[in-house]
Design a protein around this ligand. Structure first.
Ligand code: HEC
Ligand code: HEC
Length: 367
């Protein structure tokens, strides 16, 4: 009897050791051998932000300035104009940051027009100085903020167009008036949370679970599309300035929100990071957007009934491994339903508000 009690106690003790011993608990975010390194995760996040910024600057701002003399101004809310690229990025980052997924990003500068965009701490100031001197690569380090550790990366924001330079140099609130094309004008600061209990290591080898990195990518894309749909398409349509149409290139109109995403995804693919995303559906207007394989078919069928969490999996292409997440794409606005139900090529005509209309597939390379 005593031996039995002894055995049971031993079992409990061993279980307790296994459960609560710090080295035996798999700590997040590190530990997964197929994780994504912090640097690579930051590169993905930055790649998506930059592709969205380029889509907006080139395919919306520059194109409509030429075709319609449509202006881009700071006080766009009161005028029939477009938000500035910086304002577009900041609205999108606010939306994404508010989702509470942990990852945060924002635009900053050592010479800000808006003082709110100056670095909040000495570390960020130092980082911005570093990327201004050495724009070839991002500046990264590990910092603690309010008790939580973050992997922070700063990527340079470069004057890619004459309009960047001329507007900033002539702006009454700009502290710097001699920007030239190619200069670093500021930086995109990305914070990836490492957690509370993390102890600073010199190796900087932090691994993020691929599903978490896919959530980051998805959050930025969703935010970009929401800002574009609400503050560009809906606003300019309501004001009778311009409307959105499928053949935007020929018609000289605004592109559809889905096309904004697809344009961003093309730019991302061209960067060669191995990162990719697509909008697909079981009822596609464009046959190119139907599921491409069994995994996508199953994923779309699953998120139709379980729309809260993405459908995930790993695939091997040759010797390369990829992680994929499929997120439900919901009919969040009446316009989604109206346009798809009425479209001559749509195979489904009874979409309702909040229905799952398709899915966004995020693909990440893993090792
Ligand atoms: C028509 C004027 C205009 C153009 C064009 C423009 N900007 Fe700005 N930019 C602004 C204004 C105004 C702000 C401040 C927005 C705010 O209130 O936060 C700003 C903000 C910024 C910031 C954040 C720091 C700051 O100055 O407040 C950066 C970095 C920046 N712009 C870079 C660029 C780059 C790069 C381009 C070209 C791709 C560009 N800007 C194009 C007017 C412009
Ligand atoms: C004005 C018409 C219009 C509106 C509004 C619209 N879409 Fe679409 N959508 C399209 C067209 C056209 C395509 C095909 C684009 C292409 O050629 O790839 C498309 C593509 C898609 C796809 C990819 C599958 C397919 O049908 O080809 C999804 C998913 C999708 N839209 C969801 C949405 C959601 C969600 C909304 C609202 C947030 C929305 N759409 C708003 C017209 C529209």
């Amino acid at each position: 009897m005593n031996r039995l009690i002894f055995k049971i106690s031993l079992l409990f003790a061993l279980t307790a050791v296994v459960l609560f011993h710090p080295t035996l608990i798999r700590s997040t975010p590190s530990g997964d051998p197929a994780g994504i390194s912090a640097r690579q995760a930051a590169d993905f996040v930055h790649g998506v932000i930059e592709a969205g910024r380029t889509t907006y600057s080139q395919a919306i701002v520059d194109r409509l300035a030429k075709s319609h003399s449509l202006k881009t101004t700071e006080n766009w809310k009161q005028k029939n104009t477009l938000p500035l690229p910086a304002q577009f990025l900041m609205m999108s980052s606010r939306l994404s940051n508010q989702r509470g997924i942990g990852m945060r990003y924002r635009l900053m500068s050592l010479w800000p027009i808006n003082p709110k965009n100056s670095p909040p701490s000495q570390t960020e100031k130092g980082g911005l100085q570093q990327v201004a001197q050495n724009p070839g690569q991002p500046f990264t380090w590990v910092v603690q903020k309010n008790g939580t550790w973050f992997y922070e990366a700063i990527y340079p924001d470069i004057a890619v167009a004459e309009s960047c330079v001329s507007c900033h140099n002539h702006h009454p609130n700009s502290p710097k008036t001699d920007f030239k094309i190619g200069d670093v004008m500021g930086g995109i600061v990305i914070d990836l949370p490492l957690g509370r209990r993390f102890i600073k290591k010199p190796s900087n080898q932090f691994l993020f679970p691929p599903e978490v990195v896919a959530d980051y990518v998805h959050s930025i894309l969703e935010s970009n599309r929401a800002v574009y749909a609400k503050h560009v398409v809906e606003r300019l349509e309501n004001r009778g300035v311009l409307s959105a149409s499928e053949n935007w290139k020929q018609d000289n109109t605004l592109m559809l929100p889905a096309q904004f995403l697809m344009n961003t995804s093309r730019l991302i693919r061209e960067k060669g990071l191995g990162l990719d995303f697509q909008l697909i559906s079981l009822w596609p207007i464009n046959m190119k957007n139907r599921p491409g394989n069994q995994f996508e078919q199953l994923g779309l069928e699953t998120v139709e009934y379980h729309p809260i969490r993405p459908y995930t999996g790993r695939v091997k292409v040759g010797r390369k491994q990829f992680f994929q997440s499929i997120y439900a794409d919901l009919a969040i606005a009446a316009s989604c339903v109206e346009c798809h139900n009425a479209h001559p090529k749509s195979p489904k005509r009874n979409f309702k508000l909040q229905d799952v209309m398709g899915g966004m597939v995020v693909t990440l390379p893993i090792h």
